[in-house]
Design a protein around this ligand. Sequence first.
Ligand code: ATP
Ligand code: MG
Length: 610
Amino acid sequence: MLSANGLITKYLSYFKSQGHAIIPSAPLVPENDPTVLFTTAGMHPLVPFLLGQSHPQGKRLTNVQRCIRTGDIEEVGDSYHLTFFEMLGNWSLGDYGKKETIAWSFEFLTKVLNIPPGQLHITCFSGDSRAPRDQEAADAWRVLFEAEEKISPEGKIHFIPDNWWGPAGQYGPCGPDSEMFIDVRSRKHWGGVSDEDFILLNKKGKMVEIWNDVFMTWEKTSDGYAPLSQPSIDTGMGVERVTMALNGFDDVYKSPLLSPLIRVIEEKSGHAYEESVDIKRAQRVIADHVRAAIFILADGVAPSNKEQGYVLRRLLRRAMVQCEFLNIPQDKTVPFFAKDLLQAVLDTYRDRTEYGFYSNIFEHESIICNEITLEISRFQKTLKKGLKELGNLMSKQGSISGRDAFYIYQTYGFPVELIQEWVQTKGLSFVQADFNEAKQSHQKQSRAGSRQRFSGGLADHEEISTNYHTATHLLQAALRKVLGEHVQQKGSNITQDRLRFDFSHDAPLSHEQLNKVEETVNNYINKKLVVECETVSLEKAKSLGALAFFGQKYGDSVKVYTIGGSQNPVSCEVCGGPHAINTSQLGTFKIIKQESISKGIRRIKAVLIQ
Ligand code: ATP
Ligand code: MG
């Protein structure tokens, strides 16, 4: 069986041999991008570089990035969508182009991984008002298929309108993409199919997308689409899906990354995975959601009612309700999630080599275990309340409508099938279409909300978050000056409205200390200090005395940001940027809150007032 570890090693060494620098995975919570809750793809932390900023590791990059896609939460339960997954990727920042990318993709899949070319299907952009059909990509694929013995490209390369990557409704880089699919049916079915059949097979989970090559060629401007001055390449390959395919499975939950979790769930529930479609779905949801929750917790998020914390809460709740469906008693869910499933997840990553080794899940094992235990204990009460409310509604009205079901689903995080099943135990049912309608109208509202949030977007959020980013460096410098050099960054997060900074210090700050810190930062701002950036080796950065955030891995060469000149800087830190050019643009710095987040770690929230 080829492990995920084997795949990751093969991918990174292959692209390293093609001149790519291996860069670390960024955390799941984007540090300086308030527009999204989680890192959703390998390209996400690289957006500034795809937009033209120079990357300290050069123009060819590769890595494995941990990702969370909350947008896929409703798909979970099918055979290939997960909320947490790992993405391998390679990038050309204005370097190589479409032909090389396609040739490497094909060579890697068919020669390094030995996937039979007959099992592959390819899609290319079919063309519309934005850009013409991507014949160049299709021709490049065709030549590669033709060079293979006994393989005809007929019915293998499909032109599809969806194959376009770009920020919807916004200006910026975009372009056609070309996706690689694997036919997960048995060998006798492989071969060419019509575009219509291909789309149908994809909907049924028989043609599974494994890799996407995006050709960023155009810039969307107010006048339309203009050729991009620096065309780039962005590719993304799902580790779970490819590991599944390489082992001959048609279901990611059978891959070595998820099958140990399914074994635990089968054992604890006494239900075989294959017992029925519903049992299978419930087991998939538990495996996916608990695994995703563990990785979110490991990156420092705690359950709460907003943002990342809410996603985490929702994942754990949905998983708990599925336990009800599998007849696992609620008082058994604590050891089931916090011990059995946590250990199964840890075991699947224990043998990982350097890249794609997530030390955070091991380092924070006890925090993860405690948080899951607390959250589950809390929800057990809610679950009881929800079931009680259902009982009340039923006795008041004598029935449960689709709208009521949506209300319970939304308020208590109960899956609809659980509500339906509960209603059925009373010899009744509700109209699924009414539930769907209530849900759809809710989704339309919340999508409009999140689109708005996104279109706050790269352009105009940039300046605010850049200022907050620089203010964070000044805050760390001031804290070290006022409290002492033991102060070190333990975490940082920036939104449009505030900065949040976690640091080592074991007592609350007095009023005088808080005032002193505030005053020190404002002094730095008023001195109109220049902010300078230099790319150096990690060694050199250390010798310069640059502070580094130890929760994060760095590449071999890094950017060092110095504030206030290189002779006697007020701050010198290893950091990806971007930063303000001069502290004078920051406005007035004001601390709005201090709190303790765990033993020896304090948190400060602060704002900049223009
Ligand atoms: P799909 O259409 O199957 O949802 P996608 O178009 O959303 O895939 P991309 O955004 O192109 O996928 O992501 C690149 C790669 O990441 C995919 O080719 C796939 O291998 C993997 N991937 C994407 N979404 C998921 C997911 N929810 N679970 C597991 N792997 C995923
Ligand atoms: Mg998708």
